[in-house]
Design a protein around this ligand. Structure first.
Ligand SMILES: NC(=O)c1ccc[n+]([C@@H]2O[C@H](COP(=O)([O-])OP(=O)(O)OC[C@H]3O[C@@H](n4cnc5c(N)ncnc54)[C@H](O)[C@@H]3O)[C@@H](O)[C@H]2O)c1
Length: 398
């Protein structure tokens, strides 16, 4: 159904919720109709600031604000319940990443969405993977999808531009705990990287993960991870991430039979092979051959609009009747959660795990971690600083 104006409500008015409020309140053909936060004082403050109504609970917002779309920006564990209630009411969802903490919850959301579509055709479910709009990543997607690299053999991603201090981890009671957040770097900082990985290469068939718990921070979840990912087509992937490195590195190498891409420091280099590499390896009589190749620097338009607003705008435009694709369909969020849970499951059980992963086995580990937790969180209630986030977003573009 085409809407004349899209009415939006925002649930969760913390770091990212405040950013959503700001651009939504300025968007054309959009009306911010309601806000909600468990912190009622915060909800009232932002309702007044943006001339919207504050609701005491997500259910009240969904039932009474007349909204078309709910933006879910609460801590991850609460994404499924709010999304499922929205679907049942025929309300479109823009869910923050990660879609859910574990694959069982993600699957419940996806099933609820599929069921609700039977009663509400045209129901939309979007997920906030704004990094898909970043120019270098969008260009990588274009090149990989074109098949120009031939059969892919290796993808190696070192992403350590996620520095987080102890003060950051102390800034919210839910952060970096099994009960509050359900994980560490893989659940909070890396969903974009994990999504990008599966968007570019698909899911691996086998995951070997090595995760270190609270290695560099006083936290009970993982802050340093290395994963080895084996794909059915023979490609291998490596993922190296930490929140404890300065200056951080963000380097992605993608190797195929016909070429090699290196993305780092806002520069995308393309080594184009003179002939297919694997055939050359099979057929050459040189024992120690080498190719001296000059890489081409790929032209990337860095002026295109990017970020959260673009992702929400796409959903809004679709609801306004434009024939556009979502930046990321909600069910695609399962991919990043599969990688995150799969890496942790492998690390917990010290063995490679097959994909699709055993969601019940992962959930059992998670519940055991929650029940046996003796960690005492030091929480400092400093004011929320929105501007802090831009540095984090900006660091992810190659
Ligand atoms: N896409 C991105 O770039 C991005 C960036 C940051 C955070 N996030 C995601 O957004 C979510 C929120 O993160 P944050 O950093 O803004 O957290 P935050 O702690 O700063 O804010 C969360 C807010 O939600 C409120 N809240 C908690 N439970 C609630 C509930 N059931 N109903 C209503 N309000 C509730 C809290 O009072 C708080 O105001 C997380 O899932 C996170 O992963 C995404």
């Amino acid at each position: 159904m085409t809407l004349p104006v899209v009415k939006i409500g925002v649930v969760g008015l913390g770091n990212i919720g405040q950013l959503h409020l700001k651009y939504v309140s300025e968007m054309a053909n959009v009306e911010l109709v309601g806000v909600c936060d468990v912190d009622q004082e915060r909800a009232n403050r932002y309702a007044e600031m943006y001339n919207a109504k504050a609701y005491p609970s997500p259910s009240e917002l969904l039932a009474h604000s007349g909204l078309d779309v709910v933006i879910i920006a609460v801590p991850h564990y609460d994404h499924p319940a709010i999304a499922i209630e929205a679907f049942e009411r025929g309300i479109h969802v823009m869910c923050e990443k990660p879609i859910a903490v574990h694959v069982n919850d993600a699957n419940r959301m996806i099933q609820a969405y599929e069921a609700a579509k039977l009663n509400h055709p045209g129901l939309q479910f979007a997920i906030m993977f704004q990094e898909r709009t970043l120019p270098f990543y969008a260009k990588l997607k274009e090149i990989v999808a074109s098949g120009e690299l031939g059969q892919l053999t290796r993808a190696t991603w070192i992403h350590t531009k996620w520095f987080r201090s102890q003060a950051y981890y102390n800034s919210g009671g839910w952060r970096a705990t099994w009960a509050g957040e359900g994980g560490g770097i893989l659940t909070n900082q890396c969903p974009h990287t994990l999504d990008m990985y599966q968007w570019l290469f698909g899911l691996p068939s086998l995951i070997s993960g090595h995760a270190h718990i609270g290695k560099y921070h006083d936290i009970e979840v993982e802050d340093e991870v290395t994963a080895y990912l084996e794909h059915a087509n023979g490609m291998v992937g490596h993922l190296i991430v930490t929140t404890a490195e300065l200056p951080g590195t963000n380097r992605l190498e993608i190797v195929g039979d016909l070429g090699k891409l290196i993305l780092e420091n806002g520069k995308l280099l393309h080594f184009k092979y003179p002939q297919p590499l694997l055939a050359f390896s099979r057929e050459t009589d040189q024992h120690f051959a080498t190719w001296t190749l000059e890489p081409e620097e790929v032209d990337v338009d860095t002026t295109i609009p990017t970020g959260h607003e673009v992702v929400t705008r796409r959903l809004v435009d679709r609801l306004l009747g434009q024939d556009v694709e979502l930046i990321a369909e909600g069910p695609e969020g399962l991919g990043a959660v599969t990688l995150a849970n799969g890496i942790m499951l492998s690390s917990f059980e010290k063995r490679p795990v097959a994909v699709p992963i055993d969601g019940d086995a992962y959930q059992a580990h998670l519940e055991e971690k929650i029940q046996t937790s003796t960690f005492v969180k030091q929480v400092l209630t400093a004011p929320v600083v929105v501007s802090d986030m831009s540095a984090s977003f900006g660091s992810n573009n190659g």
